[in-house]
Design a protein around this ligand. Sequence first.
Ligand SMILES: NC(=O)c1ccc[n+]([C@@H]2O[C@H](COP(=O)([O-])OP(=O)(O)OC[C@H]3O[C@@H](n4cnc5c(N)ncnc54)[C@H](O)[C@@H]3O)[C@@H](O)[C@H]2O)c1
Ligand SMILES: [Zn+2]
Ligand SMILES: [Zn+2]
Length: 383
Amino acid sequence: MKTRAAVCTGLHEPWKVEEIEVDAPGPHEVRVQMAYAGMCHSDEHLRTGDMAPPPEIISVFGVDSLYPIVGGHEGAGIVSEVGPGVETLAEGDHVAMSFIPSCGRCHWCASGRQYLCDLGMTILAGPMMSDGQWRHHLDGQKLNRMTQLGTFTDSLLANENSLVKIDPGVSMKAAALISCGLATGFGSVVDRAAVKPGETVVVIGCGGVGSGALQGAKIGGARYIVAVDPLPFKVEKAKQIGATHGAASILEAAMMLPELTEGRMADVVILTPGVLTGDLVGPAVQLASKDGRVVATAIAPITQEEVTLNLFNLAMFNQALLGTVFGSCSPRVQIPNLLRLYQAGLLEVDKLITQEYTLDQVQNGYDDLAAGVNVRGVVKFDI
Ligand SMILES: NC(=O)c1ccc[n+]([C@@H]2O[C@H](COP(=O)([O-])OP(=O)(O)OC[C@H]3O[C@@H](n4cnc5c(N)ncnc54)[C@H](O)[C@@H]3O)[C@@H](O)[C@H]2O)c1
Ligand SMILES: [Zn+2]
Ligand SMILES: [Zn+2]
């Protein structure tokens, strides 16, 4: 079938809506009529090259190029067709997309860590995970999809491993935002840093993912929550969803913490700027207390290898510097869980959606994100 999708055709090329050809669902594949797609910063990393692997890495996946690629990995929609062997979903089911697939059977899934599913190795680029065939084409060329998804499309074809069934009564707009950004930020604080009631949490970068972290801190019982962002509008939004204090820079937060914490500094520091660079890590760790946990959630340029960090202090202060993917949560547990919190009025999602776009306006949405006017933009589809 033919459908429309926002495609990036090369490094620094804009998102442009193209008519693409998508084959019939293969084994364990499902077609979804998209309802909403969230505009996470990770898709922007495809265009800027932060997430464009060098040729020697991408060739390992049997792929010559990351481009052309359909963008989008946050989203929710309604199943319109199922392929052979699909057992977990049926036409009409409501689903959220998960950028981390979960097979349920590998070592990591079986031990309760679906966020580390071995199928994660397929998400950088390449053909369908089901059978290694390409089913997406642009003008006869093989077409990659962001994390085996590519939610910036009217009709998505994905493996059932990447889809999470959700309650049909729940807002698909909220599900779209929860499906990556909010879940990742929330889990960074609650699951990865294991925040305890009464602790002090600093969130560096208050976009969509940072907004999840701020709310993880609030629901996790943090006493002080310091929102750090150079944009006053983001700090203001952060205060509306739980931040007790705001700062325009890491340095400003560093000056604020001694007084708040009787000199102990922050128990938890979460790094969620748009791009993580090595020079941010040392200052972030300096915000942390003895026994403090610092979580690197944001994505760094793929070849970034240098970090400035005082290793003496890291050891002597008994600190932990942690990475996280999907907030170290299992998507099939966390997405429904956060939707229940949303329905109970405990998790704010609607206030974070600063603008709705059509599929044709995806590039405008990313221009607005770069201009600092969006916490989260969403693409709304005609459904
Ligand atoms: N680890 C994961 O599994 C995972 C999942 C989703 C997203 N991410 C990554 O998380 C990061 C955040 O994503 P997002 O969609 O929230 O991005 P975003 O662009 O919406 O928000 C980033 C915010 O950081 C602020 N910022 C930039 N530089 C800063 C600095 N030096 N100090 C403080 N604030 C700064 C910006 O003003 C902006 O408000 C991205 O790198 C994204 O790719 C990681
Ligand atoms: Zn994302
Ligand atoms: Zn698995």
